[in-house]
Design a protein around this ligand. Structure first.
Ligand code: 6PG
Length: 245
């Protein structure tokens, strides 16, 4: 499949991602006065969060006019070591004057957390009953199994087309998650995948390799209908996937 990607040394992934993030936020704020971004969790974004918290980077983004949302969340309290919100807050947002943090309430029962997040999306984006939010920037990751957000291969969450947020079942703990659904992911103005590590090689090879009759992996289904997509892949992952020239 020919999805747009760049291969970069691992240490360059975060600075390049930060530059794209700053550019997209700036463009959205210039156009509409405010930006809405959604962040994935896991380990890959941590270097980006640390970089954005550095004094040299803090003034490059107007966080006071940025709404921060999450692509997905594990059903754990915000201070739990598995919390995506908790990691981003600890590494980045506790250092910033950002006030519009819309966390997924992983401390609630999963269905209630999904409902509450959906209500928050509809309220803040002022959505009608059938409308979907359009994020200015979405930071996406991919698991070794090709999942993205908390949309795992063959899962009911991956097939959900009506709701904005739903409960996702993960094959490994924490097994219960809340996730944005694929139609919401594909309305983004800009989706940036950060993928690093040789363990992602097999999934990348399936996505970027020759067409096959296998079901597409969830990460390959993220193709914004009216937006831009870019995969930033580190050299270890690219080498393992056979993508290096
Ligand atoms: C999560 C993420 C998930 C993540 C991938 C990659 O909650 O785990 O949102 O979709 O992006 O699992 O995770 P790593 O960056 O840790 O490899």
């Amino acid at each position: 499949m020919t999805l747009p990607y760049d291969i970069l040394p691992a240490e360059v992934l975060a600075p390049v991602a930060a530059a794209w993030l700053a550019r997209q936020i700036g463009q959205a704020q210039a156009a509409r006065g405010v930006a809405h971004i959604a962040l994935s969790g896991g380990s890959t974004p941590r270097a980006l969060f640390r970089l954005l918290a550095e004094p040299a980077w803090q003034p490059r983004i107007d966080w006071a006019r940025t709404h921060v949302w999450w692509v997905d969340e594990r059903c754990v309290p915000p201070d739990h070591h598995d919390s995506n919100y908790g990691a981003a807050y600890t590494l980045l947002f506790q250092h910033l004057a950002v006030t519009q943090l819309h966390r997924i309430h992983g401390d609630l029962p999963p269905d209630a957390a999904a409902d509450r997040y959906e209500e928050a999306l509809r309220h803040v984006f002022r959505l009608g009953p059938r409308a979907r939010p359009r994020f200015d920037f979405m930071l996406m990751g991919m698991g070794a199994d090709g999942h993205t957000a908390s949309l795992f291969p063959g899962s009911a969450a991956l097939a959900e087309r009506r709701r904005l947020a739903t409960v996702g079942a993960a094959p490994n703990p924490p097994r219960q998650r809340v996730t944005l659904t694929l139609p919401v992911l594909n309305r983004a103005a800009f989706s940036l995948f950060l993928v690093a590590g040789a363990d992602k090689g097999a999934a990348l090879a399936q996505i970027f390799g020759p067409a096959s009759d296998r079901d597409p992996l969830p990460a390959a289904l993220v193709q914004p209908t009216r937006g831009r997509l870019l995969w930033l892949i580190d050299t270890a992952a690219a080498a393992a996937a056979g993508l290096l020239p």
